[in-house]
Design a protein around this ligand. Structure first.
Ligand code: ADP
Ligand code: MG
Length: 670
């Protein structure tokens, strides 16, 4: 098709959309957006050509628009909604797609500063006065090599055209990946009105976007100034728009929706979902049940004054090594929406929240999103959380409670959304979890951070003939016949059920549920003190109150119920109790005591058990592993602890697996 023909046809097309063009100009817009289908129905031949040779055709479109005698400067022409075959995954881009009009989708991983970029430059030859115009399409500034008069080099730059440009790094979103694939990235250039402040906010790191444009190969600029032999792909964007995370993206068919709705009526649905969580891991039902509630999530509340209450509940698993924490996390990362699994080892606050990095291309700064921002609306799963440096964990406070991340570094200031649920696992500092010591002193995490968790579960590795036999049978059976592992629902189906519940169901608290939670809260806080020392009977705080609401909402979602019923409140209370019994239970006073978790100082820290444990540790150093009970009784009596109390304490320590008794009068630490 001749260029003049193209201009004519575009003119014809624009004539029929005159109104839109004038509206855009009246608004002060710098571009006009068309749905590709609009061009396709108007002029299929032209539309086809646009897909084949976008650069020339877009230029023709602009010239044609300019010829319309509009009351505005040059307008850009932008298209969205390309045909399905032109929508590519980043990993599928090949050389045949270069210079074609394509569309990609993904998460904005990094955005650079907006910088002016030279698009064309005019040079003058000092010998003959001739002027030369050079388009600047490469990343490196080009100068003319010779003039028609024969002069080589040293030309005078007399004018350059500048345009605002920004580089964005797009990363494939986890939903589009199949198990184990690493997300691929693509650099995208945005120019002109695509980087206006209004647009810029819509393309903040962590946002899911849809981009149309043209992919080109560019030589990587070397630090030395030359060009590398390695080529990289860069997309020149024609249009970029954020996409709402919608239900369609998880690909639930009509049939599956019916199946989900049918299942939700089963009175045993909760148990069935729980039984499908990590079936290769034996036991830990409490934790699996709590994780289902976490996956369902609570409902975010937005008050009239603009403040928000998070709906996401954070869960921490703290436990002995080798109790399948990592395995569990890995499984959850497969079924949780928008999940990012990171290991605390080597993770920095930058990788977790956000950071400012040097941008090689535009020679400025770029804002890079970390796991919490990229998992906005989904799950951040952190294994070995205790291995993160203290300074780095401090960045998480804001992310966990306010669900935003603010960053001010170099000349970049930004607030990024991080409505992210955290599931974390940590190993105790001393190798083993000790139920008699406050949690805060056992893991390398500030207590303020520990406080942000709705639920904390210790997983303990206590030798028990019965449990060990079952684990062994289960694990060995799976080794023998891996195909025998049958769960009620596949991970794929679990993921669909969960996504459906999270997106479709926003349960509301009923009066009965509120009453139930209130009663529990008030009663527990005002429980008569049992100990003669007058321990403060304030086992839970308002923070747990909110946790209870979230858990109850999660429980309603399990049934796809729009109402949080009394039984949901009871389920929430049961779950919280189970967790508090393990970590917030003061074994001395026999009471729940949230202070153990939050301040790190148990109300009865100097309890006899702690003293006896210290004694055992001392004796182990003195007399070796095998410690005669009589020795303990003797030493303890010096501290005013009676023989009876010693025996009682030893009994407790034996029961929870801290010590064992190889011979009637001897104990040993495990
Ligand atoms: P952690 O992260 O807690 O140190 P891992 O997840 O690495 O532990 O688990 C260690 C191994 O022990 C895994 O292969 C896991 O399958 C196995 N294992 C531990 N406890 C169980 C259990 N209850 N059921 C099945 N396998 C288990
Ligand atoms: Mg592990």
């Amino acid at each position: 098709m001749e260029t003049s023909d193209q201009l004519e046809r575009f003119r014809d097309f624009f004539e029929s959309y005159k109104e839109r063009i004038h509206e855009e100009i009246a608004k002060g817009g710098k571009s006009v957006l068309f749905d590709f289908n609009e061009l396709l129905t108007h002029d299929p031949e032209l539309a086809d050509l646009l897909l084949e040779d976008p650069e020339n055709l877009l230029k023709a479109a602009e010239i044609s628009l300019d010829n319309l005698d509009l009351p505005s400067d040059i307008l850009k022409v932008r298209f969205n909604n390309l045909p399905l075959v032109n929508k590519l995954r980043i990993r599928d881009i090949r050389s045949v797609h270069l210079d074609k009009f394509i569309a990609v989708e993904g998460l904005v991983r990094q955005t650079s500063d907006v910088r002016p970029q030279v698009t064309s430059a005019k040079f003058e030859c000092p010998s003959c006065g001739n002027t030369m115009l050079l388009l600047q399409i490469d990343t490196q500034f080009r100068e003319p090599s010779r003039c028609s008069c024969g002069r080589r080099g040293k030309f005078r730059l007399i004018h350059k055209d500048l345009i605002d440009a920004q580089r964005v790094v797009l990363e494939e979103s986890p939903e589009t990946l199949e198990g184990g694939e690493q997300p691929k990235r693509l650099a995208i250039f945005l120019k002109g009105d695509l980087v206006e402040p209004k647009m810029e906010r819509r393309t903040a790191p962590g946002t899911r976007v849809k981009i149309t444009g043209v992919v080109k190969e560019v030589a990587m600029p070397l630090r030395t100034g030359g060009h590398s032999t390695r080529y990289d792909l860069v997309m020149e964007s024609n249009y970029i728009e954020p996409i709402e995370e919608t239900f369609e993206e998880i690909n639930i068919t009509k049939k599956e929706e019916e199946e989900i709705l049918e299942l939700s009526k089963d009175p045993r649905i909760y148990q069935r979902l729980v039984a499908s969580v990590a079936p290769s891991i034996y036991g830990h039902e409490d934790i699996k049940a709590a994780l289902i509630l976490q996956l369902m999530g609570g409902v975010q509340k937005i008050h009239e004054d603009g403040t928000k209450r998070r709906g996401d509940m954070h869960v921490l698993l703290i436990g002995d090594p080798g109790v399948s924490k990592s395995q569990l996390l890995q499984f959850i990362s497969k079924i949780a929406p928008k999940a990012r699994l990171v290991s605390g080892k080597g993770a920095s606050s930058a990788g977790l929240t956000a950071t400012v990095v040097k941008d090689e291309f535009l020679r400025g700064w770029a804002l890079e999103a970390g796991a919490f921002v990229l998992a906005n609306g989904g799950f951040a799963i952190i294994d070995e959380m205790d291995k993160i440096n203290q300074e780095d964990t401090s960045a998480l406070h804001q992310a966990l409670e306010q669900q935003i991340i603010t960053i001010a570094k170099a000349n970049i200031q930004a607030t990024l959304k991080a409505q992210t649920t955290l599931l974390a696992a940590a190993n105790p500092k001393l190798g083993r979890f000790d139920p008699y010591l406050p949690i805060a002193s056992q893991i390398n995490m500030p207590s303020t951070l520990i406080n942000r968790f709705d639920l904390i579960f210790p997983i303990r590795d206590i030798p028990s003939r019965e449990f060990d036999t079952k684990v062994a049978t289960h694990v060995l059976m799976l080794q023998q016949k891996p195909e025998d592992l049958k769960a009620e629902f596949s991970p794929e189906f679990l993921k669909k059920y969960i996504s459906y519940a999270r997106q479709k169901i926003k349960p509301m608290l009923t009066k009965e549920a509120v009453e139930e939670i209130k009663d529990f809260y008030v009663n527990l806080r005002n429980m008569p003190s049992l100990s003669e020392e007058g321990l403060r009977p304030i086992p839970i705080s308002a923070r747990q109150l909110e946790a209870l609401v979230r858990l109850a909402e999660g429980s309603a979602r399990v049934r796809l119920s729009k109402k949080v019923a009394k039984k949901d409140a009871q389920m929430a209370i049961e779950t919280l109790k189970r967790c508090l019994m393990q970590v917030g239970f003061d074994p001395e006073s026999g009471q729940l005591d949230i202070d153990r978790i939050s301040t790190g100082i148990p109300t009865s820290q100097r309890s006899k058990i702690v003293k006896i444990q210290a004694l055992i540790n001392e004796l182990t150093k003195k007399v070796g592993k095998r410690i005669p009970i009589d020795d303990i009784i003797m030493e303890a009596s010096e501290q005013g602890i009676s023989e009876e109390q010693v025996n009682e304490a030893l009994e407790l320590l034996k029961r929870d697996g801290t010590i064992y008794q190889p011979q009637p009068n001897i104990i040993e630490k495990i």
